[in-house]
Design a protein. Sequence first.
Lengths: 752, 200
Amino acid sequence: MHLSFKRAIAARALLFAVVCVLSLPTTVHTQDANFDADRIRRATVFVMQVDTTGASPIIQCAASGTLVTRTGLILTNAHPTVPNNACPGDDLIIAIASEPDAPPVPTFRASIVQSNPGLDIALLQIDRQIDGRLIDPTALSLPFVELADSDSLALDDTLVVVGYADLGDSSVSLVRGTVTGFSAEPIGGDRAWIKTNTVLPGTMTGTGAYDQSGRLVGIPTTVPLDQVAPDSRCLSLQDTNDDGVITSGDRCVPLGGEISVLRPSNFARPLFRAATLRLDLQSQTATVPFTAPTGAPVFSRLFFSPTVNDAGMPVSVVRGLPAGTDRVYLFFTYANMTSETVYELRVSSGGVLNPTFSLSAVRWSGGRDGLWYVGSGGQPWSNGVYDFTLLIGGVVADSARLLIGASGETLPTFSDIVFGIENSSDGVVGTGFVLPTGTVASARFIHRNMSPGLRWASIWYYQETEVLRETLDWADGESGTKTIRIQDPAGLLPGAYRLELYLDIGQGFRLAATSDFTLAGTPVGDFARIFEDAHFTTAADAERALTASGLSSFPEGTASIYALFDWNQIRPGTLWTMRWLVDDEPFYEQTLPWSAAENGDDYLMTLTVPGGVPDGTYRLELSINRIIFAQTEARVGIGQLPIDRFAQASGVQFRGQIFDTQSGAGISGATVIVISDLFNVEEFTAQWDQEQIYALATTDRIGRFIVERLLQPGAQYSLFVIAEGYLPISADGLEVAPDSPSLDIPFYLTRG
Amino acid sequence: MAVIEIGGASQSGITQRQRWGHYFAVFYAAIALLIGINLRDSSVNAVVAYSNTTAGIRALYPRGWLIDTDGDYVFRVRDLSAGGYKTTIQVAIEPVAPTASSRNIVDALTLARSQRVAAYTPLSRSPISLSDEREALALEYAYVEPGDNVFLSAIPNVVSGLDIIVLQRGQAIIISFLSDSDTYDSNYPVFQRFLDALVF
């Protein structure tokens, strides 16, 4: 294993020269030197959901996906992977293209480890070979990409979408486009969706869109419509009815329509964190399953607002907006929705579809019933009359019209409704949109341009049922604030309330302002005590956890952590949010209808991780209407997540080919050892310890190798190349240039 | 043309000193040969000591083999210079039930491996005696090992394996030898030396 002095010098000189030459900046036809198109291509996979209950697997749905860890975690959409009515398969096949120009080949099987059907995001873990043999994911070393901070994306930024354009022989496609806008929804604020001018085929749903530095910033998303919808498309691929021919009678793989929206990558971060840490959160408290909707999904009560407040409520209601408007939100009431419902917004002006402000068919990410909005902020609207049409499953559900460029006429208005407990100075105090149960609830709103005697009305609803209506003549000042109230000496019931304010300015009563609020919890001063005694503990089992005392720190390797809290006066169906964070990064967030009893103690959840809960600072937050009512925190081990030294996807890919000096043939089975920058060749060959190795690669049948772990610029690695029957070669001081996306080096070994 | 005569006529002219010189030359050559063979054997059979006091294991493994202790085994050494499958010796400890027999251990290994490796084929199982006269079970098997990088075109290797299973103190000591089936016989003496020197 020792090299003669001259040969060693020659080998090192050769290696140094090659490294220097190949590390020089080259012309890269992408946005950024760090944009490693080859690595992104290799990290892009094709996902097939199959039904394995028959004699042979039948493809149910297909999508693209992206490897986001070296251990085979794949980010994709939920709709083609998580079993549902349209995609009822029971297993997932992952196809990978071994060559850049080749179509993907089924290589692995995967399972769903995290998903959010509403957000339409799923994380799959490669866990089996294609023949079903189990894989230890930690032994995998696959190319992967990093997630970008999608909030850093701006209008007109360049995007590159990499995915499979069809179900045929196509290889991975790169499609360039720009960011043309963002769509707003309650679930994600003004950046619930990223719009692009690129029109992508439906099979690219679930793949990755990349920023200029080659990090995944969005997930192109569309949903195939039901086969009964006019726009539905599908493709028969297999003889599923065994009649010897493939016709329309066979299972049809649904294809989505054209894609122009991306789900921002930040939505995937909590799921990604939970998946990489293998966090499993289970509720132990018996709950009543929330009844599935029995009727057809409907949209109604469409109206526009120029602004949305912190609680996601409209600030006012308008029919027209002045020229130069750059914020428009379409609000509507929804009912009987599920996470499988597909909805769409088409905005047109003069009969021409405006793709910038439209939202293509996507999954519903809200609850079953309630108030929703879709809109845009920070993008200027041209003057004109716009028709907003909402569709459910490809069929028109409702529509509304908005005038941009309305006259500056000063009309009476109501706006900025907030709720609370009335105080002595005619104001309201409290959290604004969540009030404690009691006999009275007050609302304060701003009025402008009012005149004495103007007819106005207020209508209060409880659980969508009208409970109080008042029609009055205006008797207050022209502009200012006014407080109104609803009261019941027997006590107002907990649940969801709505206030609608109407004005009659000559054309009958029209909605002027509206807002929802929630009544829950027992009163403590002016505030509601809804959740209390939230704490963490640990115990041998769930039953013992109920009586265990609360803990704020846990030893390293604790198998399970229990979280408990008591609750008061929460009507079943009330939307509440449970959020878990580790080291201030959320890994679980769900807004769900309350499904336990109205009052109770010890709502219990278990956080379990195989091998023990990782070190970190864990926090549980409980909120309603975006207001946190209880939280608790605890440390595990040192209180900080361990650093994953393999998590970095930036760096230089090192690959090459090893040849026989005499014959020029590639040498198979040779080993390329990249030694950590903490050691040199002499130290390594003295100990031969795996701990000293940064990465290993073995050559294939023609001598090619790929070092999957990326080399980091600035670090000085050592290299050792060894093959049976050949003299080894080695070199210290291998350093890669930061602006080189990859390093491709041929090596020549001499028989010895 | 000059003629050089080689023959017996000149032998009579060899002096006693020259005769001893010949004897010494032959002797030195033999000594050098023996030293060379010894050096080669020392190099080829050079070993490195390994000990794990927690597991109670001491071993001597071949110098130049890569040692790895970060897995579901006590330790593993691999010959990275080997072509095809990298020859591997591994020592693992598995807990066993008090009532477990060697057959139970073999069944568990077979079930686990059949889920993880391709074409896993048990070949034979037989009782053996180790060098310290302890009883053990030898399990021979074979499987196919595909390339580890799906982006390369490596031909799968056929791997031959041998497990030596010893039950002691509620544990199963599993000493495994894995080699490319083409070089299994030539590599086996390395494992035999490892096994003879293993203390557990």
